[in-house]
Write a protein that binds this ligand. Sequence first.
Ligand SMILES: [Zn+2]
Length: 481
Amino acid sequence: MRELKVYNTLTRRKETFVPVTPGQVKMYVCGITPYNHSHMGNARPFVTWDVIKRYLEHLGYEVTHIQNFTDVDDKIINAANGEGVTWDTISNRYIASYFEVMDALHIHRADKYPRVSEHMPEIIHMVQTLIDKGYAYVIDHDVYYSVEKFADYGKLSGRSLDDMMAGARIEVDDRKHNPMDFALWKGAKPGEPSWDSPWGPGRPGWHIECSAMSNKYLGDTFDFHGGGSDLIFPHHENEIAQSEAYTGKKPMVKYWLHNGFITINSEKMSKSLNNFFLVKDVLEHYSPDALRYFLISNHYRSPLDFSDERLEEMTRSLERLGTSIDNVLELLAMPAGAKSDTSAQLLADAKKIEEDFEEAMCDDFNTALASAAMFELARKVNIYKDAVLNKNVPVDSSVVSEVKRIFKTMTDILGILEDRWNGNKGEASNKDYNDLMDLILEVRQECRAQKQYALADAIRDKLAALGITVEDSPQGARWKK
Ligand SMILES: [Zn+2]
């Protein structure tokens, strides 16, 4: 297997990736708190991790991907109280919205999306164990983690306890042993959802869920943990403190990867600046591919600046790439001819570019350099097609097939222009697609009504060749892709 280097926040350097179990990758990505529609800052880590996962699978790893939903949280409770609905009405609504936009962005789903509300026994067990081991203490109906008890506290963010206290905004709470101690369990307050526990009814603090769920699904030590760089402290620092104290083993995670921020017209995205974009709103103006391509246009650790100009530039770049894909498909449809130096040169160039692409991806998933390589291949394809059309160069279909394999591997890893390879040029919206399928099924139904069964079957078979299954039932025909 190719050597993969990743920048590890824990060690602050690039390291060669060595999986905990050969051939397997276990990764945990911090998910959203579903109290609103997903915003651009949410989309970046999920697209980043989707590309990382696709690349790891391309390298031959079997990947297990776990991503949580923080469905018990102050913001959800506030939103529920504001609307006069239950907390799970809010979380279910925005979880559905999350899937809608992330599916549109072609993000492959995680193996599991555990929710806090469904993991109370695991969370309570972990908190109790931390108390038993002397890492946590109970005050009234709250439980706090004692940061001074964990000698490695600060190893991820690279700060000492003193530095943290100097820089942090700490709520004054005289009951805590140390101001940096954080809540593992909060006693119930009126108007809040609560669960029974040995310390009375209450709910978990924020950090404990990721420790409990990653341990349950991925074990004591796993390969990757990801999230935005804003999660390094305190969230991920606290996860390490909880998990390593709980298991008595370290490291909890071998490689910690964090993505950079999104700025908007060079200003940090925030609600107060009113430049807080929701993904669904951006998708009303730009295609999912353009947005996805924008999100991976910089290296994931670098900041990324959102602007209309940039999104328009991405749309144009994708169109150029799409035209090259069309050229590959058109070349394959032409009559095959003899070998030539021009074809041999294309093959040699494509192999070299494939190597450049792999090298970029193996260097801490450098999608910016990788896509530069992909564009170089697109350019070579266009030059070749021009030679075929205007210089009588015969089409070497074995070379073009190999170029197609290389090119498609690249677009598949980056997760863009998937439909283009099926000859679908325009980006049809889901609605267009559904309407068109309804029309086709209606025509087919009419064929059956007129006993033209051969034609009806031919329509079904042609759809099957496109990956669309039609099932006839007494209620009529249904389809799925
Ligand atoms: Zn988390």
